[in-house]
Design a protein around this ligand. Sequence first.
Ligand code: PCA
Length: 212
Amino acid sequence: LVAVYNAHVILLTGFEPFDGDAYNPSMRIAQALEGTRHGRSRVKSAILPVDGVRAPRHLEELLTPEVRAVVMLGLARGRTQVALERVALNWAEYRIPDNAGHVRRGERLYPGAPDAHLSSLPLETIRIAWREAGLPGYVSDSAGLYLCNQVFYTVRQSRPTLPAGFIHLPSDEILALAKPEAFVPLAFQQRSIEVALSALAKWLEMTALTVD
Ligand code: PCA
């Protein structure tokens, strides 16, 4: 029983700022939740560079054996709610160069690998947990073709049996100060991620009980 109930580590990643911004809410939320516990799971946070070469390498280092699930966060300005991504595509077509200046104009991320991977997070469980907590959020069918899609695809491709997925965050009050755009307050977004982590933790415990 002790083994069954060992704390699960959930890796939670955010991204550094990009596209000229000084700030990225995904980085702030990942940092804020470092070390927090949700059921029997403990969050281990990390910040990924917006760099198509370094981000996948950094992720590989982070995927240590104690990691039982991965939740990746990123900013998607223009979105109106927090969004669970359903699918990662084996394709890179950067809208703007990454922070290291890399440009990808339309090519496979991993030649010979599957065209797409679905999220292996319990999307419906998380969506329902959001509804029950009164937190609007939805399942999105495209994570874009930039870094967010790339790291999502990378983890699904390199650890096919690991529960892993991506959540896109809308603009928050700090970013929206700079231009008149829709936003969701950071505290509200953070609450949505906490609820998602709790729902995931509960789901991991159920899975552990049936598998171990
Ligand atoms: N959002 C970008 C990459 C980094 C981030 O926070 C994206 O949606 O691809």
